[in-house]
Design a protein around this ligand. Structure first.
Ligand code: NAP
Length: 256
């Protein structure tokens, strides 16, 4: 038996049409999971689900803006209708509407950051944990950031929200560990996606970040797929309440 086999498991990955979420969904599908591809854009959801199926995987597309409760309800209902249950929940979609001093962030940008990056994650957990409790099995991951582990002069609210995600996994672990529900955070370093474009598109800035990274390069979405497969599978059966920094070594040397 393969420790990483996900045959028969059903995974919902929010924000899975691009970047890290897409790479995670593809990794789970390659290991046998049925995956639900979801983001705000229906055409992209269809495209990614179709490409997974073309590679021999199993996927459906259900558009969902995670900040709309009716979208979340529809996503979970459509998943259960198609596949019966949810075994793996990856909360990956997040926003960062403000870049700058803590003194300047508008209230609405602060509220949006807390709403999407914290409250929506908890809302999804509230909806999915009861069925996992009933089966005494489930894996939940929240995609946080190494930004949640240290101070920032320009991404303050975002980093507050990512630190809160780390506390959510500890709280849920304390409450639902006895139900065999594993809840972990994945904290990426700088990954070359649209989301982080502003942080690496200037070649000088990118070179500095690469130099500060022990492995000498920035991340790609695919670098995050393995940790998702590990945490979703039997390999991660006694792993919960943790924060996994997947960052080419940046946090190990206090750099970046
Ligand atoms: P990305 O390439 O921009 O992908 C983000 C995905 O989320 C897209 O599929 C996007 O699709 C979807 N999305 C955005 N807002 C959404 C919403 N309100 N509802 C549903 N889906 C939404 O970004 P990424 O870099 O992979 O980021 C994924 C996660 O990694 C985030 O939690 C981010 O904070 C975290 N992270 C990224 C980095 C990095 O350097 N890239 C570092 C640390 C942590 P639509 O826009 O079409 O909805």
């Amino acid at each position: 038996m393969n420790l990483f086999d996900l045959t028969g498991k059903v995974a919902v990955v929010t924000g899975s049409t691009k970047g890290i979420g897409k790479a995670m969904a593809e990794g789970l599908a390659e290991h046998g999971a049925k995956v639900v591809i979801t983001s705000r854009k229906a055409d992209l959801c269809d495209e990614v689900a179709a490409s997974i199926k073309a590679e021999g995987g199993e996927a459906i597309a259900v558009p969902c803006n995670v900040s709309r409760k009716e979208d979340m309800d529809n996503l979970l209902a459509k998943t259960r209708e198609a596949y019966g249950q949810i075994d793996i929940l990856i909360l990956n979609a997040a926003v960062n509407p403000f870049y700058g001093s803590a003194l300047d962030i508008p209230d609405d940008a602060f509220d949006k950051t807390m709403d999407v990056n914290i409250k929506c994650n908890l809302a999804f957990c509230r909806e999915v944990i009861p069925e996992m409790q009933a089966r005494k099995d489930g894996a939940i991951m929240i995609v946080s950031s190494i930004g949640g582990l240290r101070g920032s002069t320009v991404l303050g609210a975002y980093c507050i929200s990512k630190a809160a995600d780390m506390q959510i996994v500890r709280n849920l672990t304390a409450e639902f560990g006895k139900d065999n529900i594993r809840v972990n955070c994945i904290a990426p370093g700088l990954v070359k996606t649209n989301f982080a474009r502003a942080l690496y598109e200037d070649p000088e800035v990118a070179a500095k970040r690469e130099e500060a990274t022990p492995m000498g390069r920035l991340g790609e979405g695919e670098d995050l797929a393995g940790i998702a497969v590990y945490l979703a599978s039997k390999a991660g059966s006694w792993t919960t309440g943790q924060v996994f920094c997947i960052d080419g070594g940046v946090t190990a040397v206090g750099a970046g």
